[in-house]
Design a protein around this ligand. Sequence first.
Ligand SMILES: *Cc1c(COP(=O)(O)O)cnc(C)c1O
Length: 463
Amino acid sequence: MHYLSTRGGIAPIGFAEAVTMGLATDGGLLVPAELPRVDASTLTRWSSLDFRELALELFTPFVGAAIPRHDLSALIERSYASFTHPEVTPVVARGDLRLLQLFHGPTAAFKDIALQFLGNLFEYLLAREGGRVNILGATSGDTGSAAIQGLRGKERIQVFILHPKGRISAIQERQMTTVLDANVHNIALRGTFDDAQRIVKSLFEDLPFKSAYHLGAVNSINWVRILAQMVYYFFAWGRISGGDPERRLSFSVPTGNFGDVFAGYLARRMGLPVERLVIATNRNDILTRFVHTGVYAVGEEVHRTLSPAMDIQIASNFERYLYYLHEGETGRVRALLEAMRKTGRLQVEPAHHAQVQLDFSAAAASDAETLEQIAATFAASGDILCPHTAVGVHAARGVPDCVCLATAHPAKFNEAVREAIGREAAPPPSLRGLLDKEVRCVELDATVDAVRGHLESRLGAAA
Ligand SMILES: *Cc1c(COP(=O)(O)O)cnc(C)c1O
């Protein structure tokens, strides 16, 4: 399988290169040159596979000859051995609520599903092809800890994660800073998340520095993150349908950077019988407005909500959807992005907007509605939802046969849970005792120079 850029500006590359390239060199996002079709008899056969076997089948055409099947299988085994539930992503049904639980990994949020695999894949490719990589990222909470857990202790990889000091929850901070492996470097920045992102971006734009220090990224535009997230859509469908290819299901997906729901969209394009994909957003509702109006327009600022992993202005994977919406016409994609860059908004043609409304429905939930949903679900079934999941369950109201993606364990967000139902969710083992553990973290001023100097001193005068 080859990979292309959504902006049409690179020669086709193979899977291994796509994994390490992250962002395409023309500024676009990488997409597979074609999508394999999954026919009805394959769907039926896949429905009896367990999560790991299914991942192997699904990944194989995308990986192509880049990794021998036996090695790919071993990478998948290792990646999902860190999950505490035997089914990895179980579907739990209570009454007419179906939850696809994605939080049984080491950091209790769905990003583990992709980042456990991506960490092992990086290590494997670097060992085979030589070289090393220094991962640099900024986090507002969940991504940093999932990246650290995916990369800790890996050969040939150092990981530097910036978080805004005092502006993430105590649990989220400890999930990162209590990881003491020598290759993990936590940096508490005296500034905001926007400062952290700006610093990371400018270090990546400093091309001589980037190449001398082998900087790499694991953020949500990495193709492997999308690929790994497709597995659980097929898995949930198989468990619920029993393999009946006539059976259609809908999925409601709490959405920020558009990575998770985009994986569902590609699964449907491959042939998974999906009726409706519901984009669920919080007050930061740029995607919901896009589905309703065909206009994608940046609002004035990012609002802080009870579902912080979805407090995002610009959804970084949206460009991939534009590419598929325009059937791979990269000139159209470039024109729309250019309009976006100049004016802060883009608008798709009426015919394309009609297609958007066939592809997705969308709804936003306020913080009050989020709390109300946590309380209503708890009263009805005893299940405690995390606030992100609650946004998705709220958006799924009235959608028949809908599977709601449960993206984080509620104990990660117990402040919101307590506010909704007056008690807290019991933490899973991975979140217990964090406040008593030893921590390691350096504090830096929120300047590019301070962070660059820190990288140089830790990595030695490279080049
Ligand atoms: C990251 C995250 C989301 C949003 O996922 P996207 O792929 O960015 O749309 C939703 N819920 C939780 C708990 C998350 O950590």
